[in-house]
Design a protein around this ligand. Structure first.
Ligand code: ATP
Ligand code: MG
Length: 226
């Protein structure tokens, strides 16, 4: 009797056992998902730490490829599924002495602008290479481009075509100050519809021969941003 009763109880208990097991499997799945999420979050936290730590020691040895990757991680929230990121990093790029936090601001502004133009779909191409005694970084997109007559204006403070408060018009002005003013490098845009490239040239050390290390005059700014 006891056995038959036990069998009946077991049959009656089956649905709840299955429910329990189902719930457990679901919980395990959720835990795994949460763990993967935590992994992603800690990757992001690592990138954020590396990104912001650079401000602590202003003049540091910088791996430019790493700085661009950290910036991409920070901006990953803006990378839609249909934006293709093409990385053409020079694996032998020498480390340069630079204001690391400043440079990350430059990559942020340039990538942010490129992503604004290819938000729904398009390509963001990031290229680094050695050039002369320094390094060249190209942030390119296949968006509509900057019209020829505006190519000298985009580096002016408060120049923006992003309406509704979407842009302040300071990203490129700040980038110019950092690249040319602080590092003595060079920043310019080369653009036609479907192919816009912001080129940043940096010397091995600030003021090492490419441009001047002082606040730029307007004339120089126009000359550089051709
Ligand atoms: N990749 C690009 N393609 C087309 N136009 C661009 C690109 N990058 C910049 N621009 C033009 O240059 C303008 C100035 O850019 P800038 O980054 O200085 O300001 P912003 O993006 O408008 O505002 P924010 O201060 O938020 O950066 C932009 O409003 C846009 O018209
Ligand atoms: Mg901008």
């Amino acid at each position: 009797m006891a056995r038959r009763g036990g069998g009946r109880h077991a049959r009656e208990a089956l649905p709840s056992v299955l429910n329990y097991l189902g719930a457990t499997v679901m919980v395990v799945g959720l835990v795994e998902e949460a763990e993967a999420g935590v992994g992603r979050v800690s990757d992001l936290v690592e990138a954020a730490k590396a990104y912001s730590n650079m401000d602590r020691a202003p003049l540091v040895e910088v791996d430019v490829n790493d700085g661009i990757e950290q910036t991409l991680a920070i901006l990953s929230y803006k990378l839609g599924p249909s934006v293709e990121v093409i990385r053409e990093y020079d694996p032998n790029l020498p480390r340069i002495t630079a204001y690391g936090g400043g440079l990350n601001q430059v990559w942020t502004n340039l990538i942010d602008n490129a992503l604004d133009t290819v938000l729904s779909n398009g390509r963001l191409r990031l290229r680094t290479t050695c050039e002369g005694d320094g390094v060249l970084v190209e942030v390119a997109d296949d968006g509509p481009g900057v019209p020829k007559d505006l190519q000298t204006r985009v580096f002016e403070p408060f120049y923006t075509t992003k309406g509704g408060g979407a842009g302040v018009g300071l990203g490129l002005d700040i980038s110019y100050r950092i690249v040319v003013g602080r590092h003595g490098g060079d920043i310019r845009v080369v653009s036609q519809p479907g192919d816009t490239r912001f080129e940043v040239r940096l010397p091995m050390e600030p003021g090492d021969g490419i441009g001047q290390v002082e606040e730029p005059a307007e004339a120089t700014r126009e000359e550089v941003s051709r």
